[in-house]
Design a protein around this ligand. Sequence first.
Ligand code: ADA
Length: 566
Amino acid sequence: MIRMFSTHEIRPQEELSESLWDFTPLEGEQAGQTRKVLVPGCWETLPGLRSYRGIGRYARRFFGGGNLRLEFKGVSHTAKVFLDGEQIAFHYNAYTPFSAVKPGVKEGEHLLEVIVDNRFTPESALHIPNDYMTYGGITRPVALERVGSAYLEWAHYTPFFRDGRWHCRAEVCVKGVEADQPADVWVRLRGKAFYLGAAAPGPKEEAFLAAELDLADREILPWSPETPRLYRAEAFLMRAQEKVDDLIDRIGFREIKVQGDRILLNGEALRIRGVCRHEDWEASGCALTTAQMQQDLNLLKDLGGNSVRTTHYPNDERFLDLCDEQGILVWEENHARGLVEEDMRNPHFEEQCEQVNREMVAAHYNHPAIYIWGILNECASETEYGRECYARQLHQLRSLDQSRPLTFATCRFSHDRNGENFVLNDICMDLPDVASFNMYPLWYFDCDVSRFLEQVHGALSQTAAADKPFLVSEIGAGAEYGYHADEEEKWSEEYQAAALERQLNAVLSDGRCTGVYIWQFADVRVSREWFGGRPRSHNNKGIVDEYRRPKLAYRRVREIFRRDSL
Ligand code: ADA
């Protein structure tokens, strides 16, 4: 399944995933040995390859012809795509989609090959050894499409409320494949068709059209977490009175605004009870099935939670679709975790971040569930060079999307071992719309949580973020599933449950706080190469383990979140 709904009725689309491909590791003990594997998937789930970091070749045949467009929703982490032996695409980064078009392909059987690389090399600035796994493989769906002389690359919809009613601005990108007569560009929303104009982009060129859609005579129900109403929005191209291409999406009418220290959704202040979540399950690596995604959301809802932070990268679109449908608010962030200045000075860093930001917004713009974009989790926001990077990326995101606030999760502060004498070292607090802090009182240091929050607020009040909304973007403690001991003993389920109880009670009773994200939802594998490693090679701060078995903390969080939601 590529999305939770069909994105085309006119453009022929076939899913090439949910099928067997030939997979061959090209290095290591199994080099050259080919076997059948299911795509999407991670090679770490295959016997003998649990720790394989290297290059692999995926191949399958398909029938087709004409102007072919291949869309990969995610390959981890570098992909070279070959059609009948000719390279047609190169893409870096596991977490954003990419596509390739090959015009004039002869009807018949063709060979598609993808060379996938998950090694940590100097060319890779964002995938580095880290506190989560960079898996290997074609980890998200693959679609094969047939397009005409031009096709719809994307269509973005921005709902806004003005003069007592809903409006929507549509912006469409048409991409050219072959020279042709202009095509008429239309959008249909709430049963009304709107003409945007004619487009005739040359081969590989793009044409942009935009219009404000007058919906005055249509009933529009807003999208909210309680009533997540979605409407179908259909962009299409016409030639000689005939539809020749289409792109279907779903939108929700809602506006996000920052007012004083609150984040408002359609005028109502948000209260976040969230979890930080990696795309990671023991049996699947990062290539989750739709059922696993929904299982995570079932647990979140059972907890009384209302939000997910997509730590630390853009997520699979099916997951975002599920959040749209169920009113789960999403903090989606670009891909970067814990980079110090030296990492950020990697000559590829800037260009690779710029690309993730661009691809993330282009692909996920229409999801009403996404209420905020985040960048650069715990990177060097305490240095002048880091500040330049933060400023540049926030500027880029603002130019791509003016409809959502921006934030980043910082940990650039220092304090004593007991959490006293807090000093804020972050020099970027003037840049985001929302100030977000990752903090670990009762885990990495011992301190009364409310006392620690007081110190954070005290330091923030001296900065340009004094009156901005404030989020605790991470808080939590570790526990090994099944390890029971005294409540005072770290790594026991008892300790984690008691720590989270104290942490959450303090944060949720702090009137200045818009909400909290627990670090983290589930235990995840960490890359072996990441400095000292972690017990079991997992980050064990999940309130469920990697099989989704609840720890004691789960029940405690459930009581607190449920009480808070009343
Ligand atoms: C950081 C980081 C997370 C994780 C966490 C931890 O705040 O953002 O990715 O590493 O710490 O478990 O220490």
